[in-house]
Design a protein around this ligand. Structure first.
Ligand code: CA
Length: 231
């Protein structure tokens, strides 16, 4: 069983970016965009960790945290917030948070903290392996091991960025993903590579997964807009 995370964030782009990266790490992610929805989910299900934005419509993250803690003192909670005054940190911990990240934060750092908190709360429980395989056009991608079988059965080891981009395109199968979305989702807030970099990733994917890379069936460029994956 993979660990389950509740992600509470009202900014859609940020929520999607965090979700994608958590899923690549093998977590199962439930989303909520308001405090009330988050509370409903925590009442109905168990999570291994909760990522909680502070500035939410209607009910803020501090209130949500306080309410969760009335019945559940164990599930680790990480606050995300634009505020970085020490008073807010104190408040967050007072209401029962386990950790705190100030926006804009580094996605890698969030993933690391998630991993540490889940490991602490799971101590003693074995981590089960879960296969996450995806097949298309005779290719196979394993999102957990970052290994793939490409055209003519060649073995490919993918980098973390390649896996992120593949997952994004596959999740959005048949629709165009813009360059901006790709940069935001795969590279996060802080490191913005040139758009040439994305082109090079796509060329690499074609080399790995297209029978004829010069007339791609799966990885399409849409001039001036972005990229599209089709099965
Ligand atoms: Ca917010």
């Amino acid at each position: 069983m993979s660990s389950r995370i509740l992600l509470v964030e009202d900014e859609e782009n940020l929520r999607e970016a965090i979700k994608l990266n958590l899923e690549i790490e093998g977590y199962e992610v439930e989303e909520a965009d308001t405090g009330m929805k988050a509370l409903k989910k925590t009442e109905a299900q168990r999570f291994n960790l909760i990522i909680l934005d502070v500035m939410l419509p209607e009910m803020d993250g501090f209130d949500v945290c306080q309410k969760i803690r009335i019945t559940d003192s164990d599930t680790p909670i990480i606050f995300l917030t634009a505020k970085d005054t020490s008073q807010d940190k104190v408040l967050g911990f007072k209401y029962g948070a386990d950790d705190y990240l100030t926006k804009p934060f580094n996605l890698e750092e969030l993933l690391l903290r998630v991993k540490v908190l889940i490991r602490h709360s799971n101590r003693g429980k074995p981590e089960a392996e879960q296969l996450k395989l995806y097949h298309f056009g005779g290719n196979e991608v394993n999102f957990l091991t970052f290994k793939a079988k490409g055209v003519n059965g060649i073995d490919v080891s993918l980098t973390k960025k390649e896996i992120s981009l593949l997952k994004l395109l596959i999740d959005r199968k048949d629709s165009v993903v813009s360059r901006t979305q790709i940069l935001q989702f795969v590279w996060g807030y802080d490191v913005y590579p040139s758009t040439r970099t994305i082109d090079n990733f796509i060329l690499t994917f074609r080399k790995y997964f297209e029978k004829d890379p010069s007339t791609p069936r799966h990885f399409h460029s849409v001039r001036g807009v972005g990229y599209k994956f089709t099965e």
